[in-house]
Design a protein around this ligand. Sequence first.
Ligand code: FES
Length: 125
Amino acid sequence: MTGTATSGPAGRVRLCPLGDIPAGEGVRFAQVSPPIAVFHTEDGEVFAIDDTCTHQDASLADGWLEGCEIECPLHASKFDLRTGEVDAPPAKVGVRTHAVTVTDDGDVWVELSTDAPRLPPGVSL
Ligand code: FES
């Protein structure tokens, strides 16, 4: 799934109403560079990470969400959404995480990480 984003002040970006991200799914936001993916877990938690797998060029928003873990749709690496760390190979490098806030009116905001993106070989901004 793909969503739209609105730029906000100082690295904060308003993405969409939380209702636009069904529980158990992720949405890719390509208006941010590099694209990010926001996941809404079955338990109601919301996480944001870089969308591109660090192994090859695959969209993690197209993967399988289970608990707080996303499985890459291409080679089944797993990433912990809370930390970005790799839980299962072949990926060896974790993805960046971004701080998420859901406001009282239900909008999802992210504060983009200032760390350098960890893109796979052959992929550049
Ligand atoms: S592209 Fe994600 S595990 Fe290979």
